[in-house]
Design a protein around this ligand. Structure first.
Ligand SMILES: Cc1cc2nc3c(=O)[nH]c(=O)nc-3n(C[C@H](O)[C@H](O)[C@H](O)COP(=O)(O)O)c2cc1C
Length: 194
């Protein structure tokens, strides 16, 4: 199969499959008291003493808010929240101009360990305390990497991630997670038998 050397363009970077989360940050300039943004550059960095990482562009309103407050909540969207994900991820409605939580009449609830609220209808909420911010590039529109301790976690009773169809994004489209095609640490056994 012949391959050509291509630049790291939007198609290449868009080929990653990511999961969008709703990030709530405190914003005292808003009636709702918060700003919400969609962030899909999210990764688990440590499992015991859980740590997560989020890449947030310097130009986002959320960037300054989290730096200032040193905390935020990360909310897994429910399947019927697709339009909310898209709205909170559209620059036109940036928190610089719009009180998104108020416009969407989004239900917020008090967090347990931090003073930033969580999204009530999200099946999983992580309460996060900022540990450090890594500069990845000095370009003005670059992402910074926010590393945070997960200090509390809440999950809707009876919620099973296996039964949550899961919204993912790839190359600017929203998709649903597909079927299970094998179990990790098990499926390798097939290779050994063949
Ligand atoms: C599906 C989706 C995923 C996104 N992921 C990110 C991301 O990982 N990092 C980022 O900086 N912006 C991301 N954005 C863009 C921001 O959500 C968008 O610029 C938003 O308006 C920022 O809100 P704010 O200015 O109120 O903080 C994403 C947008 C969408 C629609």
């Amino acid at each position: 199969m012949e391959k050509t050397n291509v630049s790291l363009d939007k198609v290449t970077m868009g080929s990653f499959i990511l999961c969008p989360f709703l990030v709530v940050a405190k914003d005292s300039s808003k009636k709702s008291g918060v700003n919400i943004a969609t962030i899909s550059y999210v990764s688990v960095l440590n499992q015991d003493d859980p740590v997560i990482g989020l890449a947030i562009r310097k130009t986002r309103h959320t960037h300054g808010l989290i730096k200032q407050a040193g905390e935020f909540t990360l909310n897994l969207p429910a399947m019927d929240q697709l339009a909310i994900i898209d709205y909170c991820g559209t620059n036109l409605f940036s928190g610089k101009k719009v009180d998104k939580a108020n416009e969407l009449k989004l239900d917020l609830e008090k967090s347990q360990a931090i003073s930033t609220p969580r999204i009530k209808d999200s099946p999983i909420n992580l309460e996060c305390r900022l540990k450090m911010v890594l500069t990845l590039s000095t370009k003005p529109r670059a992402h910074d990497f926010f590393i945070a301790d997960v200090v509390a976690c809440h999950r809707i009773k009876g919620f099973l991630i296996e039964n949550h169809f899961g919204i993912v994004t790839t190359n600017y489209s929203y998709r649903m997670l597909g079927d299970t095609i094998g179990m990790a640490y098990q499926v390798h056994k097939k290779v050994l038998k063949e």
